[in-house]
Ligand binder design. Structure first.
Ligand code: SAM
Ligand code: DTB
Ligand code: SF4
Length: 319
């Protein structure tokens, strides 16, 4: 769909959009299922990129406990706990600009293999990747790689100056070449214009192949970052973006990522109606808090939704 058409779609009355998105959602997905995912920061802080929203950048002054790369056993223990708590996808995030070959990467490959062998979908977000590194992750059993475009190409350099939109697109290409599913979305509420949100949605929808998963992050304004006091985005703009994402990318999982802690249950319910069908559960995202699992499971129950079963069958351990 070209940019003009996305603009026209985006400008429709909100409830018409939600209504259409709900139809698209029901046509392509089990509308009563929610994918429950868990995030773990496997390497925290000290990142050389200057992303203005991020608690982990060395260019910002957020208060943060830095951590070197976790041990494989620790990560697999957490993955097992997430599985026991009902998660079917485990996403490991590292505060790296890019992946360096060597012992650290080899350890991440072991983690991926371990999570995959547990029968969970394994996802990673490690910064920029080469084609060869993507192939190795695929071989280790990686289901999906998260690499966000974050915002429109036009607004990008107001948020990050240490890498370009093209750098991002290049890694996305490497992920696709390796046959790994792409998880790619953005952040709303960074002070961008409506045109920037439209631009982001247009670029995401025109990726070939389209992302299998589209994380919609609402900015978590972290103290000590340049975006700490940016004005909050109207919640109906967030709903509008979710509905447009669902209509433009019918088969994708539309994933409510950062920001749910301050979003009301009612607004989340409307987002689910508009086609959002995945959430991160667990008390922490990477470095910021997330709603308690109990609250999330309670919300699902009230709304008549159920956790989506894993699409991966548990692998039989060799005797
Ligand atoms: N370093 C890797 C990278 O940037 O690709 C992976 C980790 S990074 C923390 C993953 C994503 O989290 C970012 O692309 C961004 O979209 C999101 N994110 C980070 N801080 C955020 C915040 N304060 N509010 C909302 N989303 C945030
Ligand atoms: C994504 O788009 N959102 C998740 C996941 N991908 C890795 C990360 C959200 C991080 C929110 C800020 C934090 O907790 O540090
Ligand atoms: Fe580093 Fe990722 Fe944070 Fe940017 S978003 S500073 S690349 S950890």
């Amino acid at each position: 769909m070209n940019l003009e058409n996305v603009k026209t779609l985006y400008s429709r009355p909100l409830l018409d959009l939600v209504f259409e998105a709900a139809g698209v959602h029901r046509e392509h997905h089990a509308h009563d299922e929610m994918q429950m995912c868990t995030l773990l920061s496997i390497k925290t802080g000290g990142c050389v990129e200057d992303c203005k929203y991020c608690s982990q950048s060395i260019h910002n002054n957020a208060e943060l406990e830095k951590e070197t790369l976790l041990k494989t056993d620790e990560v697999l223990e957490q993955a097992q706990a997430a599985k026991d708590a009902g998660s079917t996808r485990f996403c490991m995030g590292a505060a790296w600009r890019d992946v360096k070959d060597g012992r650290g990467f080899d350890r991440v490959l072991d983690m991926v293999k371990g999570v995959s062998d547990m029968g969970m979908e394994a996802c990673c977000t490690l910064g920029m990747l080469t084609e060869d590194q993507a192939a190795k992750l695929k071989e280790a059993g990686l289901t999906a790689y998260n690499h966000n475009l974050d915002t429109s190409e036009e607004f990008y350099d107001k948020i990050i100056t240490t890498r370009t939109y093209q750098d991002r697109l290049h890694t996305i290409e490497n992920v696709a070449k390796a046959g790994i599913s792409l998880c790619c979305g953005g952040i709303l509420g960074m002070g961008e214009s409506e045109e920037d949100r439209i631009g982001l949605l247009h670029t995401l929808a025109n990726l070939d192949p389209q992302p299998e998963s589209v994380p919609i992050n609402m900015l978590v304004p972290v103290e000590g970052t340049p975006l700490e006091s940016v004005e909050a985005l109207d919640i109906f703009e967030w709903i509008r973006c979710i509905a447009v994402a669902r209509i433009l990318m019918p088969k994708a999982m539309v994933r409510l990522s950062a920001g749910r802690l301050t979003i009301s249950r009612e607004a989340q319910a409307l987002a689910f109606m508009a086609g959002a069908n995945a959430i991160f559960t667990g008390e922490k995202l990477l470095t910021t808090p997330n709603p308690e699992s109990d609250e999330d499971y309670n919300l699902l129950e009230v709304l008549g939704l159920k956790p989506r079963p894993p699409y991966k069958e548990e692998k039989q351990q060799a005797a």
